[in-house]
Design a protein around this ligand. Structure first.
Ligand code: ADP
Ligand code: MG
Length: 695
């Protein structure tokens, strides 16, 4: 039996360890740096470095690294050892404040989206003291932000931290108007539920598409998929359980609050949910969770798939981003309060979020846009590509009352006077949760369900923080000038609700009616990444990010560029993998099977037996083989052309309009052939073999 409290956080340089390894006054300065965002001076950095090194060495670390999150969406690290020679036969273990605070890396291979020319290829990493250092692979990992020579952000973390400042600033400004001035810090908090597939690694290694692209590029529908619903919350198989136990243990050691583990809807699909934490910590922890999932799976002879849609015909994997805003005094601003004044604040926050989401549907869609997630959004199981907010009936009817106050010609309702005593008690938890909504209010938080399983949550949360900070800032602009606070507050809330109520939808988001209704309401529907991404640099968005100091115009353009490049690369890798598998294995096998049929046919004919079955089979396979060859040749030609357009947007469009369709049509033929060709000939594990590979 493991003792969880005893192992929890043992690989983290957290509070108790800092207290143990740092002099008291150094510990205090470091804490105020972390909590109040103050600058750390060089002397303190040196002292922290000594304590951190001693702790790391006591944990068996031999190296240190600046751990950062480049725009690839993965994490990066370059290990340096602690050793420094003091003579030709002696070394000491050295680690200075300078080593801790900043690093310089030849970063020319990380995407910069044009922000960095090769002659200034250096990138700089800077310690983020708001996230604890930790030990992984005998290495002290120091969470850092990563930027270019000129200070432009080249990572996912910097804009997230900037957006935390924006939400802090704008919330405190608004809280003051409500007479709440004891709050020193406001931050967004996030719990990211992570879905994933686990399959046998031997089976995985026989599918080059899973190995190279993370998803299957073909595979006929299995006889049994998820239709029986027997996997969801079902019994966990012993091998999977052993994996989950080790994963939990490793995550706990890293101070990650892994909490619930269960089977998901699709066969071989599972979910892990941590207990929520501050958003930048939650982001680091989610990156580490994904990394540990892959690593620990391998130890159990398993492969962990984090792709959004590894298999057609069964559910894809998402990452539900549960987001809320809290003060350092313990107030959750998204929770209905107990007094009318607290409720007024809550309703204003709610209105700000409704306005923010409605005005920035494009940005939220962009924050989750990737080639992988395109297969999921708009599929049958996941939220659609259209954004809408689910509030639940109780809350919606309260908002209706507020709006009725502004528009008396509507249904005869009691006008709600926000902030005065007539306000009814607001529901604390909405029980009628709507699983189809992309953005659902769940009692004290919003659950954004569009992020894909492999997506870094940095970008969605950076967007949430910024767009909500902006709505709050516009509200404060009005209320700070107000002479009659209550009446202006009422007006502000009801006017904004009326303006933005089109984004509220409590019904079934999968239905065809909603697609038409959403279109009628004028909501945007970016069905794929290439449609969504050009809007990143829309003037409204540049103004928004610059206003709140989250991203500069150049940084936005570079992010757009990197995302487009990623899209093109993903599709090209898929195309090349599909070509390789088809040309080298599927096509030869189909020819071999045809020759086998023809041999039988000839033998039967020579013997004077009826060969009608073989003839029919040979004809069908031959027709499909013909199609296969044509479609393969088309994919090959188009893949060669895929980089020929000017600019990455044009390349991405080509990939979406041509390669994507080529891949789908070749897949159709391959799937058909898989169901025609005898099993002993077929070169790759089938869906049934993969999905039920873990016994
Ligand atoms: P579900 O029904 O979707 O499983 P849960 O209530 O179990 O929802 O919570 C899912 C996630 O939401 C967990 O990671 C949990 O820690 C997180 N969560 C709960 N409360 C908050 C909050 N106030 N802010 C952010 N995340 C939260
Ligand atoms: Mg959920």
């Amino acid at each position: 039996m493991i003792n969880i409290p005893e192992i929890f956080g043992t690989k983290v340089f957290n509070d108790p360890m800092m207290k143990k390894y740092l002099p008291a006054e150094i510990y205090e300065s470091l804490k105020s740096t972390a909590t109040r965002g103050e600058k750390l001076n060089a002397e303190i950095a040196d002292a922290v470095a000594v304590g951190m090194r001693d702790w790391a060495i006591s944990m068996g670390a031999t190296h240190f690294t600046h751990w950062f999150q480049p725009m690839t969406g993965f994490t990066a690290e370059k290990h340096d050892s602690f050793i420094r020679p003091v003579s030709d036969s002696e070394v000491i273990m050295a680690f200075s404040g300078k080593n801790l605070v900043s690093g310089e890396a030849d970063a020319s291979s990380f995407p910069s989206g044009g922000l960095r020319a090769t002659f200034e290829a250096r990138g700089y990493s800077a310690w983020d003291p708001t996230s604890y250092a930790f030990i992984k692979d005998n290495t002290l990992c120091i969470p850092t932000a990563f930027c270019s020579y000129r200070g432009e952000s080249l990572d996912k973390k910097t804009p997230l931290l900037r957006s935390q400042e924006a939400i802090d600033r704008e919330c405190r400004r608004l809280l003051k108007l409500f007479g709440i001035s004891d709050v020193k810090k406001v931050h967004a908090e996030v719990g990211a539920e992570q879905e994933y597939f686990l399959i046998d690694s031997e089976v995985w290694s026989r599918r080059p598409d899973l190995v190279c692209c993370g998803r299957t590029l073909f595979g006929a529908r299995p006889p049994k998929g998820q239709e029986m619903g027997d996997h969801y919350y079902g019994q966990i198989k012993p091998r999977v359980l052993a994996f989950m136990q080790e994963l939990d243990e490793e995550l706990w050691k890293l101070g990650i609050l892994a909490n619930t583990e269960h089977n998901e809807v699709a066969p071989a699909q599972h979910e892990l949910a941590p207990i929520f934490s501050t958003v930048n910590v939650a982001t680091d922890h989610n990156q580490l969770t994904m990394e540990m999932m892959k690593k620990i799976a391998a130890r159990h002879g398993l492969a962990c798939l984090l792709h959004e849609k590894p298999f057609a015909s069964v559910n894809g994997s998402g990452k539900h981003n549960n987001w809320s805003i809290s003060t350092d005094t313990g107030l959750n601003l998204l929770k209905p309060g107990k007094t009318p004044s607290q409720n007024a604040l809550f309703l204003l926050m709610l209105t700000a979020i409704i306005k923010a989401v409605d005005e920035n549907q494009d940005l939220l869609r962009i924050s989750v846009a990737s080639a992988g997630n395109d297969h999921r959004l708009g599929g049958n199981e996941a939220p659609p590509a259209v954004l809408s907010i689910f509030l639940g009936d109780d809350l919606e009817s309260i908002l209706e009352d507020i709006m009725a106050g502004e528009k008396p010609e509507d249904r005869p309702r009691t006008k709600l006077n926000i902030g005065a005593s007539v306000l009814p008690e607001l529901p604390c938890d909405s029980t009628d949760r709507n699983r189809t909504s992309p953005f659902a209010y769940t009692g004290n938080k919003f659950e954004f369900r569009m992020p894909g399983a492999s997506c870094s949550i940095a970008c969605p949360n950076m967007m949430m923080n910024t767009i909500v900070a902006d709505a709050l800032s516009q509200f404060s602009d009005v209320l700070e000038k107000s002479e009659d606070f209550h009446s202006d507050l009422n007006k502000l809330i009801s006017e904004n609700l009326i303006r933005h109520k089109r984004i509220i939808f409590n019904g079934n988001n999968y239905s065809e009616e909603w697609r038409c209704e959403a279109e009628r309401r004028g909501l945007s529907n970016f069905t794929n990444t290439v449609e969504a991404l050009p809007h990143y640099t829309d003037e409204k968005n540049v103004r928004l990010f610059e206003k709140h100091g989250v991203l500069s115009r150049a940084e936005i353009a570079s992010r757009q560029e990197v995302l487009l490049e990623n899209y093109v690369k993903s599709l090209c890798v898929e195309a090349l993998t599909m070509i390789d598998m088809t040309r080298k294995e599927i096509l030869p096998v189909v020819l071999k099977y045809q020759s086998f049929l023809l041999e039988v046919l000839e033998k039967k004919r020579a013997f004077g037996l009826s060969e009608s079955v073989e003839k029919k089979m040979a004809e069908t396979v031959s027709e499909e083989a013909q199609k296969l060859f044509c479609r393969l040749e088309k994919l090959e030609t188009d893949t060669d052309r895929s980089h020929s357009a000017e600019g990455s947007l044009e390349n991405a469009r080509f990939c979406r309009e041509v390669l994507f369709e080529d891949l789908a049509s070749l897949r159709e033929t391959v799937d058909r052939l898989e169901s025609l060709v005898s099993k002993e000939f077929w070169p790759f594990p089938t869906y049934a073999e993969i999905l039920y590979s873990v016994k």
